[in-house]
Design a protein around this ligand. Structure first.
Ligand SMILES: Cc1cc2nc3c(=O)[nH]c(=O)nc-3n(C[C@H](O)[C@H](O)[C@H](O)COP(=O)(O)OP(=O)(O)OC[C@H]3O[C@@H](n4cnc5c(N)ncnc54)[C@H](O)[C@@H]3O)c2cc1C
Length: 442
């Protein structure tokens, strides 16, 4: 490898999410003192525990508790808050765009590509203007505020069309993110309307889940997917399968089937694609734009570049089809990151890296308070036990003792107190009040 005499090699990790943070933690633990410097670059100063975003959005968890501050957990590593815009691996440099000031180049010896994925969108008219994704904590907070704002709007307007539009919520894509976020938020609005909005009846709320496939939640298998559709339908949620969003200009929703309608809320959760920054790199990519890797997570053709997680095509050695690669999920990302750290240190020590091999064990999903669905190790579970499994599993996986305790305290408080139903939507315009006070009347 690249360990040059007299100079400590710099291991550069681009992306500080699951893979980035866990790889950095593993390296910090395994590297000998002075053996290498670890640098992590991410536009956010925190790692997001994405499986808890639906609960953060529903107010069951404090949003700050589902993120992990990188500088706090990665003491001893260098953390740069900025966006990598290109990777020139031949020259061993990346270009970094900080929040403020000019972009600059950063050199490295060993590269770890951990840029994750972004929403896979389609050129649907209106989507870019009115849609919102559900991958980031900012989106989860904004969506909570937006949904609760809609209840206030609907309860206070005399315009029937505006009211209907405010109370119509559309999710496109029924994977983990879509089904869980919709399940949690629908549950929240039912609660809020029952307790605090006498002007709105439960029947006025319209929740629509649209998916192009003939089932939802493929992660939990066919049978549990069918159960999920039944469970959501029983709650009055319209599940539109084999249906496409064709247009949503100004919130006017046109689906491939059924009558068009208006909605103030359109959430796009229809899958992910590899981070497009990779297209601005000289690394080998597969047909889906992911970094081509060996099972050791070494980038094909490069001894000093590694990749894992959603942005990497790592062969799935447990699959029947030898061409298959690991699916983009946290289960693989965390395990890959742990082995990746070991492999990088092994390579630095002149040893052989090991191949990644993990058979997908199944999934658990929450569909709102006390409701869930799971298919793990071949066992199918639904309702309260599945919801409980979801909580305990993710609690055990939540990084750091500090975060685990904070999550536990949030859940415990929820047993004793009513749900917090308040929108801080005005945070969008924090200076408005002061600006008004400071602007002299003319
Ligand atoms: C709502 C939701 C629920 C989910 N639930 C589950 C679940 O229950 N079970 C499960 O297995 N999986 C789940 N997943 C999927 C799982 O979270 C991902 O597979 C996992 O986060 C992938 O890890 P990663 O490190 O590859 O990417 P990420 O964790 O997304 O990390 C990528 C990092 O790269 C950073 N980045 C992006 N662009 C740049 C750039 N230009 N320069 C520098 N850094 C950059 C990002 O800020 C981010 O920190 C869920 C996902 C979502 C959105």
């Amino acid at each position: 490898m690249n360990e040059k005499r007299g100079r400590v090699p710099n291991i550069l990790i681009v992306g500080g999410g699951y893979v980035g943070m866990y790889t950095a933690l593993g390296l910090r633990r395994r590297l000998r003192r002075g053996q290498a410097q670890v640098t992590v670059v991410d536009p956010r100063s925190y790692m997001t525990y994405q499986p808890f975003l639906p609960e953060a959005s529903a107010g069951a968890l404090e949003p700050r508790h589902v993120v992990v501050p990188l500088r706090r957990v990665l003491r001893g590593c260098r953390v740069i808050t900025g966006r990598v815009t290109s990777i020139a691996h031949e020259a061993k440099t990346v270009r970094i765009e900080p929040e403020e000031g000019a972009s600059y180049e950063l050199s490295y010896d060993i590269l770890v590509v951990a840029l994750g994925s972004i929403a896979r969108t389609l050129p649907i008219p209106g989507l870019a203007d009115v849609g919102i994704g559900f991958k980031q904590v900012e989106e989860a907070i904004a969506l909570r505020n937006h949904v609760l704002d809609r209840l206030d709007i609907a309860a206070s307007t005399t315009d029937e069309a505006a009211r209907r539009r405010a109370l119509t919520f559309v999710f496109v894509g029924g994977g983990f993110a879509g089904a869980e976020a919709l399940g949690e938020l629908e549950n929240l609005t039912q609660y809020a309307v029952r307790k605090y909005y006498p002007e709105i009846s439960q029947r006025d709320l319209r929740w629509v889940l649209v998916d192009a496939a003939d089932r939802i939640l493929p992660e939990v298998g066919d049978e549990m997917g069918v159960y999920t559709v039944e469970e959501l339908s029983k709650r009055g949620i319209e599940v539109r399968l084999k249906t496409f969003l064709e247009s949503c200009v100004d919130g006017h929703v046109v689906l491939s089937k059924g009558k068009p309608f208006d909605a103030d809320t359109i959430v796009w959760t229809a899958g992910v694609k590899a981070n497009p920054v990779l297209a601005d790199s000289d690394l080998p990519l597969d047909e889906r734009g992911r970094v081509s890797c060996a099972a050791t997570m070494r980038v094909v053709g490069h001894d000093d570049a590694w990749a894992a997680g959603d942005n990497a095509a790592v062969p799935d050695l447990t699959a029947a089809d030898p061409g298959e690669v690991c699916a983009p999920n946290a289960q693989h990302a965390v395990r890959q990151a742990k082995l990746l750290a070991k492999n990088i240190v092994a390579a630095l020590n002149g040893q052989q890296p090991k191949e990644y091999r993990h058979k997908y064990v199944g999934s658990v999903a929450s569909l709102g308070l006390y409701r869930g669905v799971a298919h793990v190790y071949g066992v199918k579970v639904k309702g309260f036990p599945a919801w409980f499994m979801h909580r305990t599993y993710h609690m055990s996986k939540m990084p750091t003792f500090n975060r685990k305790m904070r999550v536990l305290v949030d859940w415990t408080m929820a047993w004793f107190f009513r749900r917090e139903v308040v929108s801080l939507g005005r945070m969008r315009v924090p200076r408005e009040e002061f600006r008004r006070a400071a602007t002299p009347k003319t």
